[in-house]
Design a protein around this ligand. Structure first.
Ligand code: NOJ
Length: 586
C-alpha cells in the first residue's frame, strides 16, 4: 500500500493537488468490539411508549430490541433514565441511583439488559457528572451545610450591590440556557453555580468526596450489566479557580452577539476546557478498566461529549502514559457543516478529525443527536443517505441518533408546545433559534395513530408531520428507502474486513464531488458523492490511477437511478444531482 500511496502522491504533486492519504489507526485484523461498532442513540422519552401515557419508557425500548437487531446496532446508548424533575428531560438528576418512575423500574432495566444480551446487543447509559438537580438530596444537604456536603456544589457569597438591593453574582458567567450562571439561595445565603438551568447545580469536582461519589455511581450501573457510558457535558466539568481575594475572573465578550443573556455573548475561557478535566476523564477510564479486570467480560466503553476545539478534544483520548476515553465524540460533521455544504467542506471536516487524531486511536462519526436539528433538516433531505454512507464508510465507530436511519426531519413545534428549557427560557420571537424540541419528536414506527409510538390521546411532544411517509413500516417495504439503504450499509460494514481495517483516502474533486476510498490488500471500495444539484461526469482514475477501468455498483442513495451490481467505466462516471454511490473493485 505504501508504494501505491507514494506513486499516487507523486502523480498528484505533479498536478499540484492535495490528497489525504493515511494508514489506518491500528493495523490489526482483530479490533475490540467498540472500535468498529454501530452505536445507536435512543432518546427514551421518544422511542416507544409501552403503557399509553404518551411518554416513551424502558419496556418500550425492550419491545423494540428486534428492530435494533434488524438495523445492525452493536450498542444502544440511552439518554438519561434516572430520577429527575425533568426540567431538562433527565439531564437534571435528582437521584443518580434510581430510575425515573415514568420510564419504569430497576427490574425493567435489568430485563432490558438481559434481553439485549440474548440478542447480542449492548446497553450504554448516560452519565451526567457535571450537575445534579436542585431536588437532589445532595443539594438539599449542601444548602443546609450538612457535614460532608458543605462543598458538594460551587458556592460563593457574591458581592454587595453598591446601589443597594440584591447582592451581585460572583462573576459575569452565563448559563447555557440564557441568563446568569449564578443563582442566589436564600436559605444558605450564597450563590451556587449552574452552567445549565437554574435547577441544575454544578457539582464541585475540586471536592474529593464528589469525585468518589460519582465513581460510585459508575460502578453501581456497571454492576447492573451496562457496557459503558456516554458522558455528558465534559468540557464544563471544571471552572477556573478564584484569585487570592476569592474573586472568580469575568469572561471576555465574544463580540458575536449583542444578546446579553445568550451563552454566546461571552468567550468561555474560564468555564470550559480547563486542564483538570482531562485528568478526571482519565480517572473514569481507570474505573472502567479496573472493573473489567476484576469482573471480566468485554471492554466497558466511554464515549464522551466534547464540543471543544481539537487541542482539548484530542487529549481526551489519553496521552502517552494514561488512557482516556475510548471515543471522544467527533462532532465535526455537525459543527463544521451547514446547509448548502460543498464537497470541500466535507473534505475539511473529515480531515480535521483524522489529521489531528493521535496515532493508534479510533475515529468516530456523528451527524446528529438530541441537541441538534435533524441531519436531514440541517443539510437537506437530499443528503440524508449520503451522511449515513459517510458515517458507515469512514474508519472507526459510527453513531446514529434514532430516526437518522429513516431520514426523519424536524418536527414543527410551536411556542405553546415548546418544553425544552433552551426554548422556554427565551421568548416567542427567538425560541426557534434555541429550541431542541424539533429533533426530539416521537420515533416514527408506522403511519398509524401517533406513528405507532403511543396509544395516548396526546404525546409529550407532537409528532413530526412527515411520519405519514417516513416511518419504519413503510420504509421496510420500499427497496430504495433510507432505512433499507442504511441496512445495506451496516451489512456491508459488518462483512467487510476492508472497512474495518483498510486504509483510507478522501478528496473533494470539485465543489460538488467528494470521493472516499477504502483499500485493503488490493481490494477497494469507493464512495462517490455529488452534493450539488446538477449532474456531473467524473473520472475517478484521476483520483486513484490504480483503480481498474471498470467497477461495480454496490449501494446507491435514493437519488441514484443505477441498479446494484452493474458495471461502470471508472474513467467516465455520470452522477445525477445529489447522487451518492458505493463502488466495488471487481
Ligand atoms: C448535554 C446534553 O446533551 C443536553 O441535552 C443537556 O441539556 C446538557 N448537556 C446539560 O446536561
Amino acid at each position: 500500500m505504501g508504494s501505491v500511496c507514494l506513486t499516487l502522491i507523486a502523480v498528484l504533486l505533479l498536478k499540484n493537488s492535495v490528497l489525504a492519504c493515511k494508514a489506518p489507526d491500528v493495523v490489526e485484523s482483530e479490533k475490540d468490539w467498540w472500535q468498529t461498532a454501530q452505536f445507536y442513540q435512543i432518546y427514551p422519552r421518544s422511542f416507544m411508549d409501552s403503557n399509553g401515557d404518551g411518554i416513551g419508557d424502558i419496556n418500550g425500548i425492550t419491545s423494540k430490541l428486534d428492530y435494533l437487531k434488524e438495523i445492525g446496532v452493536t450498542a444502544a446508548w440511552l439518554s438519561p433514565i434516572f430520577k429527575s424533575p425533568m426540567v431538562d428531560f433527565g439531564y437534571d438528576i435528582s437521584s443518580f441511583y434510581e430510575i425515573q418512575p415514568e420510564y419504569g423500574t430497576i427490574d425493567d432495566l435489568k430485563n432490558l439488559i438481559a434481553k439485549a444480551k440474548n440478542l447480542g446487543l449492548k446497553i450504554i447509559l448516560d452519565f451526567v457528572p457535571n450537575h445534579a438537580s436542585t431536588e437532589n438530596e445532595w443539594f438539599k444537604k449542601s444548602v443546609k451545610r450538612e457535614k460532608g456536603f458543605e462543598d458538594f456544589f460551587v458556592w460563593h457569597d457574591g458581592y454587595e450591590n453598591p446601589n443597594g438591593g440584591k447582592r451581585l453574582p460572583p462573576s459575569n458567567w452565563i448559563q447555557a440556557f440564557r441568563g446568569s450562571a449564578w443563582e442566589w439561595n436564600d436559605e444558605r445565603k450564597q450563590f451556587y453555580l449552574h452552567q445549565f438551568a437554574v435547577q441544575q447545580a454544578d457539582l464541585n469536582y475540586r471536592n474529593p468526596l464528589v469525585v468518589e461519589e460519582m465513581k460510585r455511581v459508575l460502578r453501581y450501573w456497571l454492576d447492573m450489566g451496562v457496557a459503558g457510558f456516554r458522558i455528558d457535558a465534559v468540557p464544563v466539568l471544571f471552572e477556573a479557580l478564584p484569585d487570592s481575594s476569592g474573586r472568580y475572573p469575568d469572561e471576555p465578550l465574544s463580540g458575536t452577539t449583542n444578546d446579553k443573556d445568550d451563552h454566546d455573548y461571552l468567550t468561555h475561557i474560564y468555564t470550559e476546557n480547563q486542564p483538570e478535566t482531562l485528568d478526571m476523564v482519565y480517572q473514569w477510564r481507570t474505573v472502567m478498566d479496573d472493573y473489567q479486570r476484576i469482573h471480566g467480560g468485554d471492554t466497558r466503553v466511554l464515549l464522551i461529549e466534547t464540543y471543544a476545539p481539537a487541542w482539548f478534544t484530542m487529549p481526551m483520548y489519553g496521552n502517552s502514559t494514561t488512557k482516556g476515553a475510548h471515543l471522544p465524540f467527533n462532532f465535526n460533521l455537525i459543527t463544521m457543516l451547514h446547509k448548502g455544504l460543498k464537497a470541500t467542506d466535507l473534505e475539511k471536516s473529515i480531515g480535521a478529525w483524522l489529521d489531528k487524531m493521535p496515532a493508534g486511536r479510533t475515529a468516530n462519526w456523528v451527524t446528529g443527536n438530541h441537541d441538534q436539528r435533524r441531519t436531514a433538516s440541517r443539510y437537506g433531505i437530499e443528503l440524508a443517505d449520503t451522511m449515513n454512507m459517510l458515517v458507515m464508510m469512514l474508519p472507526g465507530a459510527s453513531i446514529t441518533y434514532q430516526g437518522e436511519e429513516l431520514g426523519m426531519i424536524d418536527g414543527e413545534i410551536s411556542w405553546a408546545d415548546s418544553v425544552d428549557p433552551a426554548a422556554c427560557n427565551s421568548n416567542p420571537q427567538i425560541y426557534e433559534k434555541f429550541t431542541r424540541d424539533p429533533s426530539r419528536t416521537p420515533f416514527q414506527w408506522s403511519n398509524s395513530k401517533n406513528a405507532g409510538f403511543s396509544t395516548a390521546a396526546k404525546t409529550w411532544l407532537p409528532l413530526a408531520a412527515a411520519y405519514e411517509t417516513t416511518n419504519v413500516e413503510d420504509e421496510r417495504k420500499s427497496p430504495k428507502s433510507h432505512l433499507n439503504i442504511y441496512k445495506a450499509l451496516v451489512n456491508l460494514r459488518k462483512q467487510s474486513k476492508l472497512l474495518k481495517n483498510g486504509t483510507y483516502r478522501f478528496k473533494a474533486l470539485s465543489d460538488s464531488i467528494f470521493v472516499l476510498e477504502r483499500s485493503l490488500n488490493g481490494e477497494k471500495l469507493v464512495l462517490l458523492v455529488n452534493v450539488g444539484n446538477s449532474a456531473s461526469t467524473i473520472n475517478i482514475r484521476d483520483f486513484d490511477v490504480t483503480l481498474p477501468e471498470t467497477m461495480k455498483t454496490s449501494i446507491m442513495n435514493v437519488y441514484s437511478t443505477k441498479s446494484e451490481g452493474i458495471t461502470i467505466q471508472a474513467g467516465r462516471i455520470e452522477l445525477s444531482p445529489y447522487e451518492s454511490l458505493v463502488l466495488v473493485k471487481t
